[in-house]
Design a protein around this ligand. Structure first.
Ligand SMILES: Nc1nc2c(ncn2[C@@H]2O[C@H](COP(=O)(O)OP(=O)(O)O)[C@@H](O)[C@H]2O)c(=O)[nH]1
Ligand SMILES: [Mg+2]
Length: 222
């Protein structure tokens, strides 16, 4: 069988607890509604807890996708290595997934949590989302870091917590624009899903639409 080697690959990185897994949980149903079928790889240092959680939330409970298209990788060592320096294990899993289901449209790869320095190898991810949350205060975007500065899309999550933390979304918006003048950022509340349609639109526009791989997709409003 011929492999669809050009399958679009979306990398998601960010600090521990910023909402990487939760973002995937709210993104997959929205993409599915638009005719996009996803496979998921979740990298973590020692556990496969996140993959097991998504197998439950996205497969067993909601039947949104087959359980065997959600793979957990316990990578050991530094969380960056498996997605940046040596992505070979992730690439092998992607090849297996494509063999299992050649009609997949998108692979989502969650990186292990980091300290703002994650980036993905271009061999592994065609599009890179970095997700931070407001709970560390509104200083986060302006302090920068490789992930925040180089990602294709910056997601600022947990906006529901901003009033409790005393974080100003206006300041975060201003600083994100300043540090990434030509690249997008979106605010998100993964608890309610507020903002997820904009994130999905951005991914479709930037990663999928160009490649003409969006099937049965409602036309994006321009
Ligand atoms: N209040 C609130 N909690 C969130 C939001 N997004 C994620 N969480 C919670 O934050 C915790 C960490 O999320 P998770 O997706 O596991 O983070 P990860 O370590 O980056 O994968 C979980 O308890 C989530 O339920 C959000 O938008 N608002
Ligand atoms: Mg996670």
């Amino acid at each position: 069988m011929e492999l669809q080697t050009n399958i679009p690959k979306l990398g998601i990185g960010g600090p521990v607890g910023s909402g990487k897994t939760r973002l995937i949980e709210v993104l997959v149903p929205v993409l599915k509604n638009r005719g996009i079928r996803c496979g998921i790889i979740s990298n973590d240092v020692i556990s496969k807890e996140d993959a097991q959680r998504m197998q439950r939330t996205l497969a067993t409970e909601s039947k949104l996708m087959p359980e065997d298209l959600i793979i957990g990788l316990a990578t050991g060592g530094c969380p960056h290595t498996a997605v940046r320096e040596d992505p070979s294990i992730n690439l092998a899993v992607i090849e297996e997934m494509q063999q299992k289901d050649p009609s997949l449209d998108l692979i989502i790869i969650e990186s292990g949590g980091d300290n703002v320095m994650t980036t993905f190898s271009p061999a592994l991810a065609d599009y890179f989302i970095y997700i931070i949350d407001v709970s560390g205060g509104d200083k986060y975007p302006r302090k920068g870091g490789l992930g925040i500065q180089t990602c294709d899309l910056l997601v600022i999550n947990k906006i529901d917590l901003a009033p409790h933390i005393g974080a100003s979304l206006e300041v975060m918006d201003h600083d994100a624009k300043k540090i990434r003048p030509d690249k997008p950022h979106h605010f998100l509340n993964c608890k309610t899903g507020e903002g997820i349609e904009k994130v999905a639109d951005q991914i479709i526009n930037d990663l999928l639409f160009d490649k003409e791989l969006v099937k049965n997709t409602s036309k994006l409003s321009s």
